[in-house]
Design a protein around this ligand. Sequence first.
Ligand code: AR6
Length: 170
Amino acid sequence: MSERFEILKGNITKLEIESIVNAANSSLLGGGGVDGAIHDAAGPELLEECRILGGCATGQAKITGGYNLPARWVIHTVGPVWRGGEHEEDELLASCYRNSLELAVENDILDIAFPSISTGAYSFPLDRAAEIAISEISKFLDSGVPLRRTVMVCFSDRVQTAYENALEKF
Ligand code: AR6
Protein backbone atom coordinates (compact mmCIF):
# COMPACT_ATOMS: atom_id res chain seq x y z
CA MET A 1 0.00 0.00 0.00
CA SER A 2 1.39 3.38 -0.95
CA GLU A 3 2.54 6.24 1.28
CA ARG A 4 -0.56 8.12 0.09
CA PHE A 5 -2.69 6.10 2.56
CA GLU A 6 -2.90 6.42 6.35
CA ILE A 7 -5.03 5.21 9.25
CA LEU A 8 -5.82 7.75 11.99
CA LYS A 9 -7.85 7.61 15.18
CA GLY A 10 -10.18 10.54 15.72
CA ASN A 11 -13.29 12.47 14.89
CA ILE A 12 -13.68 12.98 11.14
CA THR A 13 -15.55 16.26 11.61
CA LYS A 14 -12.42 17.85 13.11
CA LEU A 15 -10.04 16.79 10.40
CA GLU A 16 -8.31 19.55 8.42
CA ILE A 17 -8.60 17.92 5.02
CA GLU A 18 -10.06 18.88 1.65
CA SER A 19 -12.89 16.34 1.70
CA ILE A 20 -14.54 13.89 4.06
CA VAL A 21 -16.90 11.01 3.32
CA ASN A 22 -20.21 10.66 5.15
CA ALA A 23 -21.72 7.24 5.93
CA ALA A 24 -25.24 8.44 5.14
CA ASN A 25 -28.61 6.77 4.56
CA SER A 26 -30.49 6.82 1.27
CA SER A 27 -32.53 9.89 2.21
CA LEU A 28 -29.34 11.98 2.64
CA LEU A 29 -31.34 13.92 5.22
CA GLY A 30 -29.17 13.13 8.24
CA GLY A 31 -29.25 10.53 10.99
CA GLY A 32 -27.13 9.34 13.89
CA GLY A 33 -23.49 8.23 14.09
CA VAL A 34 -20.98 9.93 11.84
CA ASP A 35 -23.83 11.31 9.67
CA GLY A 36 -25.32 13.16 12.66
CA ALA A 37 -21.90 14.44 13.72
CA ILE A 38 -21.17 15.75 10.21
CA HIS A 39 -24.53 17.54 9.94
CA ASP A 40 -24.13 19.03 13.43
CA ALA A 41 -20.66 20.33 12.65
CA ALA A 42 -21.48 21.54 9.12
CA GLY A 43 -24.63 23.43 10.13
CA PRO A 44 -28.13 23.65 8.58
CA GLU A 45 -26.93 24.68 5.12
CA LEU A 46 -25.66 21.15 4.57
CA LEU A 47 -29.17 19.78 5.04
CA GLU A 48 -30.51 22.42 2.66
CA GLU A 49 -28.11 21.29 -0.07
CA CYS A 50 -28.82 17.61 0.66
CA ARG A 51 -32.56 18.20 0.20
CA ILE A 52 -32.10 19.06 -3.47
CA LEU A 53 -30.04 15.93 -4.21
CA GLY A 54 -33.07 13.63 -4.14
CA GLY A 55 -31.45 10.89 -2.05
CA CYS A 56 -28.78 8.37 -2.99
CA ALA A 57 -28.90 4.65 -3.75
CA THR A 58 -26.89 2.14 -1.71
CA GLY A 59 -23.33 1.94 -3.02
CA GLN A 60 -23.53 5.29 -4.81
CA ALA A 61 -22.11 8.70 -3.79
CA LYS A 62 -23.05 12.38 -4.08
CA ILE A 63 -21.06 15.51 -3.25
CA THR A 64 -21.92 18.72 -1.35
CA GLY A 65 -20.07 21.59 0.25
CA GLY A 66 -18.72 21.28 3.78
CA TYR A 67 -20.08 24.60 5.14
CA ASN A 68 -18.85 25.02 8.75
CA LEU A 69 -16.64 21.93 8.61
CA PRO A 70 -12.89 22.31 8.13
CA ALA A 71 -13.40 20.13 5.02
CA ARG A 72 -14.42 22.00 1.88
CA TRP A 73 -16.39 19.04 0.51
CA VAL A 74 -18.53 16.22 1.86
CA ILE A 75 -18.96 13.09 -0.24
CA HIS A 76 -22.09 11.28 0.93
CA THR A 77 -22.24 7.56 0.33
CA VAL A 78 -24.77 4.97 1.47
CA GLY A 79 -23.36 1.73 2.80
CA PRO A 80 -25.30 -1.55 2.80
CA VAL A 81 -27.18 -2.73 5.86
CA TRP A 82 -25.67 -6.09 6.89
CA ARG A 83 -28.26 -8.80 6.26
CA GLY A 84 -26.10 -11.91 6.66
CA GLY A 85 -23.76 -11.45 3.70
CA GLU A 86 -25.87 -12.97 0.91
CA HIS A 87 -27.41 -9.73 -0.31
CA GLU A 88 -24.45 -8.26 -2.21
CA GLU A 89 -23.25 -6.50 0.93
CA ASP A 90 -19.55 -6.97 0.04
CA GLU A 91 -19.96 -5.62 -3.50
CA LEU A 92 -22.09 -2.70 -2.34
CA LEU A 93 -19.58 -1.72 0.35
CA ALA A 94 -16.75 -1.90 -2.20
CA SER A 95 -18.71 0.35 -4.55
CA CYS A 96 -19.14 2.96 -1.76
CA TYR A 97 -15.37 3.32 -1.58
CA ARG A 98 -14.86 3.17 -5.35
CA ASN A 99 -17.64 5.65 -6.21
CA SER A 100 -16.55 8.08 -3.47
CA LEU A 101 -12.98 8.02 -4.75
CA GLU A 102 -14.16 8.47 -8.36
CA LEU A 103 -16.30 11.44 -7.35
CA ALA A 104 -13.32 12.99 -5.59
CA VAL A 105 -11.14 12.66 -8.69
CA GLU A 106 -13.93 14.04 -10.94
CA ASN A 107 -14.03 17.12 -8.71
CA ASP A 108 -10.23 17.61 -8.73
CA ILE A 109 -10.06 16.69 -5.04
CA LEU A 110 -6.65 15.48 -3.93
CA ASP A 111 -7.23 14.62 -0.26
CA ILE A 112 -10.05 12.49 1.17
CA ALA A 113 -10.91 10.97 4.55
CA PHE A 114 -13.27 8.02 5.10
CA PRO A 115 -15.11 6.79 8.20
CA SER A 116 -15.63 3.06 8.64
CA ILE A 117 -18.72 2.83 6.42
CA SER A 118 -21.56 0.45 7.44
CA THR A 119 -19.85 -0.83 10.61
CA GLY A 120 -21.96 1.12 13.12
CA ALA A 121 -25.75 1.27 12.83
CA TYR A 122 -25.61 -0.87 9.66
CA SER A 123 -23.82 -3.74 11.53
CA PHE A 124 -21.38 -4.83 8.78
CA PRO A 125 -18.75 -7.12 10.43
CA LEU A 126 -15.80 -4.87 11.16
CA ASP A 127 -12.88 -7.05 10.04
CA ARG A 128 -14.62 -7.94 6.80
CA ALA A 129 -15.47 -4.28 6.13
CA ALA A 130 -11.88 -3.23 6.85
CA GLU A 131 -10.49 -5.71 4.29
CA ILE A 132 -12.94 -4.51 1.64
CA ALA A 133 -12.14 -0.84 2.35
CA ILE A 134 -8.38 -1.32 2.22
CA SER A 135 -8.60 -3.50 -0.88
CA GLU A 136 -10.70 -0.97 -2.82
CA ILE A 137 -8.62 2.02 -1.77
CA SER A 138 -5.43 0.14 -2.62
CA LYS A 139 -6.70 -0.82 -6.10
CA PHE A 140 -7.81 2.73 -6.74
CA LEU A 141 -4.52 4.31 -5.67
CA ASP A 142 -2.63 1.80 -7.84
CA SER A 143 -4.66 2.78 -10.90
CA GLY A 144 -2.69 5.98 -11.52
CA VAL A 145 -5.14 8.54 -10.12
CA PRO A 146 -3.81 11.91 -8.93
CA LEU A 147 -4.98 11.51 -5.30
CA ARG A 148 -2.41 12.79 -2.79
CA ARG A 149 -3.75 11.70 0.59
CA THR A 150 -6.36 9.09 1.57
CA VAL A 151 -7.15 8.62 5.25
CA MET A 152 -9.23 6.05 7.16
CA VAL A 153 -10.51 7.81 10.27
CA CYS A 154 -11.22 5.36 13.11
CA PHE A 155 -13.46 6.45 15.95
CA SER A 156 -12.19 3.88 18.48
CA ASP A 157 -9.18 1.64 19.21
CA ARG A 158 -11.21 -1.39 18.12
CA VAL A 159 -11.88 0.12 14.70
CA GLN A 160 -8.29 1.28 14.32
CA THR A 161 -6.95 -2.21 15.13
CA ALA A 162 -9.23 -3.78 12.53
CA TYR A 163 -7.98 -1.46 9.77
CA GLU A 164 -4.34 -1.86 10.80
CA ASN A 165 -4.72 -5.65 10.70
CA ALA A 166 -6.33 -5.43 7.26
CA LEU A 167 -3.54 -3.17 6.02
CA GLU A 168 -0.92 -5.72 7.06
CA LYS A 169 -2.36 -8.10 4.46
CA PHE A 170 -1.50 -5.69 1.63
N1 AR6 B 1 -15.76 10.43 13.18
C1 AR6 B 1 -15.35 9.24 12.68
N2 AR6 B 1 -16.05 8.09 12.79
C2 AR6 B 1 -17.23 8.15 13.45
C3 AR6 B 1 -17.74 9.35 14.01
C4 AR6 B 1 -16.96 10.52 13.84
N3 AR6 B 1 -17.37 11.70 14.32
N4 AR6 B 1 -18.94 9.07 14.59
C5 AR6 B 1 -19.15 7.73 14.44
N5 AR6 B 1 -18.13 7.18 13.76
P1 AR6 B 1 -22.34 4.81 11.62
P2 AR6 B 1 -23.22 3.18 9.31
C6 AR6 B 1 -17.91 5.79 13.34
O1 AR6 B 1 -23.37 4.19 12.49
O2 AR6 B 1 -22.97 1.92 10.04
C7 AR6 B 1 -26.67 6.91 10.46
O3 AR6 B 1 -27.79 7.12 11.27
C8 AR6 B 1 -18.64 4.70 14.09
O4 AR6 B 1 -17.98 4.44 15.33
O5 AR6 B 1 -22.13 6.28 11.72
O6 AR6 B 1 -22.78 3.32 7.88
C9 AR6 B 1 -26.94 7.17 8.99
O7 AR6 B 1 -27.89 8.20 8.81
C10 AR6 B 1 -18.48 3.54 13.11
O8 AR6 B 1 -17.17 2.97 13.24
O9 AR6 B 1 -22.62 4.50 10.04
C11 AR6 B 1 -27.45 5.85 8.52
O10 AR6 B 1 -28.83 5.70 8.80
C12 AR6 B 1 -18.56 4.24 11.75
O11 AR6 B 1 -18.37 5.64 12.01
C13 AR6 B 1 -26.67 4.86 9.34
O12 AR6 B 1 -26.29 5.54 10.54
C14 AR6 B 1 -19.87 4.05 11.01
O13 AR6 B 1 -20.96 4.06 11.92
C15 AR6 B 1 -25.41 4.42 8.64
O14 AR6 B 1 -24.80 3.41 9.39
